[in-house]
Design a protein around this ligand. Structure first.
Ligand SMILES: NC(=O)c1ccc[n+]([C@@H]2O[C@H](COP(=O)([O-])OP(=O)(O)OC[C@H]3O[C@@H](n4cnc5c(N)ncnc54)[C@H](O)[C@@H]3O)[C@@H](O)[C@H]2O)c1
Length: 248
C-alpha cells in the first residue's frame, strides 16, 4: 500500500475512537472521522489539525443505512480509502438487566448500532478499500464477549457477533487484498467505563495478570499494526488486549 493512507475511524468523538484517531493521525495518515455527535467529532478533528495532522469530521449515524450510503458516495468522490476502524458503539450505560428481563427495545437498540451498524460501515467501506488496491478493517470488540459479564447480554452478543462477522468478512475480502480483524479491549479507563459498576472494575483489578488499569492508549499499537504493511498477513483474528484479564 502506498503512503499516505486514508482511513475512516468511527466513534472518533471521544474515548477509544478519539485516542485511536489521534494516534493514527500522528503517523501521517489522513483520517475521515465519523461520529453521531457532530460537535465531538469536530473537536477531535480540530485537535488533529492543530497538532499538524489531517482529518475531516463527519456527522453520521452508523445504524442508518441511508446515512451510511451517503457517506459512501462522499468518500468515493473524495479519493482512495485504505482502511476502516469500526469503533463506534453503544458502550455507555448499556448494562442493567439480566437476560431474562432485558427489554426487546433495548436489545434491538444495542444490536442495531454495535452489530448492524458495524456491518453497514464494513459493507460500505469494503468496495472502496478494494478499489484502492487493498487495505485493512479493524473492528473494536470487547473481551466481555469472551469472558461474559452479568447484565450485558445485548452488548456481549453484539461484540461476539462482531468477532464472527470479522471471520466471515476476512474470508470474503481476503481474495481482494483486504484484511479484517477484531481488537478486543478489556475494561478501559474512559468516560463510558466510569459508569461501569465499581465491582466490575475490582474484578478486573483482581484478575489481570498486569497490575495496572487499562488505558485507551493500550490498544493503539495493535490497531496501528493491523493497519500497517507489517500486519498485512494477519486476518480473521480477534486479538484480546486486556492485560491478561482473560486468556485465550
Ligand atoms: N471503554 C471500555 O472499557 C471498552 C472496553 C471494551 C470495548 N470497548 C469498545 O471500544 C469502543 C469505544 O468505546 P468507548 O468506551 O470509547 O465508548 P464511548 O461511548 O466513549 O464512545 C463511543 C463513540 O461512538 C459514538 N457513537 C455511538 N453511537 C453511534 C452511532 N449510531 N453512529 C455513530 N457514532 C456513534 C459515540 O458518540 C461515541 O463518541 C466501543 O466499540 C466499545 O464497545 C470499550
Amino acid at each position: 500500500m502506498a503512503v499516505p493512507r486514508t482511513l475512516l475511524v468511527t466513534g472518533a468523538g471521544r474515548g477509544l475512537g478519539r485516542t485511536i484517531a489521534l494516534d493514527l493521525a500522528r503517523c501521517g495518515w489522513h483520517l475521515w472521522l465519523a461520529d453521531i455527535r457532530d460537535s465531538a467529532v469536530q473537536d477531535t478533528a480540530r485537535r488533529i489539525v492543530n497538532a499538524g495532522g489531517s482529518a475531516s469530521p463527519l456527522a453520521v449515524d452508523i445504524s442508518d443505512p441511508d446515512a451510511v450510503a451517503d457517506l459512501g458516495r462522499e468518500l468515493q468522490a473524495a479519493g482512495p480509502l485504505h482502511g476502516l476502524v469500526n469503533c463506534a458503539a453503544l458502550a455507555d450505560g448499556v448494562g442493567g438487566s439480566p437476560v431474562h428481563e432485558l427489554p426487546l427495545a433495548e436489545w434491538d437498540r444495542v444490536l442495531s448500532v454495535n452489530l448492524r451498524g458495524s456491518f453497514l460501515m464494513l459493507r460500505m467501506a469494503a468496495p472502496l478499500i478494494i478499489a484502492a488496491g487493498g487495505g485493512a478493517v479493524v473492528n473494536i470488540g470487547s473481551d466481555a464477549a469472551t469472558n461474559g459479564s452479568a447484565n450485558l447480554a445485548h452488548y456481549i452478543t453484539s461484540k461476539g457477533g462482531l468477532a464472527a462477522l470479522t471471520r466471515a468478512a476476512a474470508s470474503d475480502l481476503g481474495p481482494h487484498g483486504v484484511t479484517v480483524n477484531t481488537v478486543s479491549p478489556g475494561l478501559t479507563e474512559s468516560e463510558s467505563a466510569a459508569k461501569v459498576p465499581e465491582t466490575r472494575h475490582e474484578e478486573y483489578r483482581r484478575q489481570r495478570a498486569l497490575l495496572r488499569d487499562q488505558q485507551p492508549t493500550d490498544i493503539t499499537g495493535v490497531v496501528r499494526l493491523l493497519l500497517s504493511d507489517e500486519g498485512s498477513y494477519i486476518t480473521g483474528q480477534e486479538i484480546l488486549v486486556n492485560g491478561g484479564f482473560v486468556f485465550r
